[in-house]
Ligand binder design. Structure first.
Ligand code: FMN
Length: 203
């Protein structure tokens, strides 16, 4: 099993990374081959809206630190995306990556037919830390769930911790690491996600 982990927090070894690493450790013990990317350490731009990926090119035409990350997703079976909530949303580092994911959509994507260039059926795991209560910012998950579904991913598995403020708060929340390991066992077993993310209303 090939796993690509994308860390969206600029804080290394903070709450999201610690939860993601608990997930990854369980997968590594089961023999997974893991590639990690810390977005804050890469030099890249957001989508330039050039439409190059819709007019003759099969991938994003920008060449920068995100190029190997985007290319690597084609061979991943599982993609782990870890982000804290920054102002009710994912971090800008992660949003830049997601916008460049526009290149995963074919020129016909808006017709909702053969939308994606990624092989369909990849597993998606979202790891989220936030200082707010766990039940808030669900709209964020609805949005990104809809976007990654369009990219061809299966319904996401969620590892979310609320009430995490300082980066070391995770140290006193062992139940979140237990949750991360449980989700890893589900993904390894190929079990469907039990997380119900309501569909984003696009009408
Ligand atoms: C710029 C910034 C904006 C933030 N905005 C929010 C927010 O809107 N809602 C929230 O619950 N937490 C917010 N937080 C708190 C982080 O989500 C929280 O501290 C998280 O646990 C950090 O995870 P990390 O240690 O992996 O970086 C914000 C933190 C920063 C630095």
């Amino acid at each position: 099993m090939k796993i690509t982990a994308i860390f969206g927090s600029p804080v290394s070894k903070g709450n999201t990374e610690t939860m993601a690493e608990a997930f990854l450790a369980e997968c590594a013990a089961a023999g997974a081959d893991i590639t990690r990317w810390r977005l804050n350490e890469l030099d890249y731009k957001g989508c330039s809206g050039c439409m190059g990926c819709k007019t003759g090119h099969e991938e994003c035409v920008l060449r920068d630190g995100l190029t190997p990350v985007l290319r690597g997703l084609h061979s991943a079976d599982v993609v782990v995306i870890a982000t804290p909530v920054y102002f009710f949303d994912v971090t800008s580092q992660l949003k830049g990556f997601i916008d460049r994911g526009f290149s995963f959509l074919t020129p016909q994507w808006y017709k909702k037919k053969d939308m994606g260039r990624l092989k369909p059926g990849k597993e998606l795991v979202f790891v989220v830390a936030q200082s707010g209560a766990e039940r808030v910012f669900h709209d964020m998950l609805q949005r990104y769930s809809a976007i990654f579904t369009a990219f061809g991913f299966k319904p996401l598995h969620l590892v979310r911790g609320g009430r995490l403020r300082g980066p070391s708060d995770i140290a006193s929340r062992p139940e979140l690491l237990v949750l991360a390991r449980e989700k890893a066992r589900l993904v390894i077993a190929g079990a469907p996600s039990g997380d119900r993310i309501p569909e984003y209303n696009l009408d």
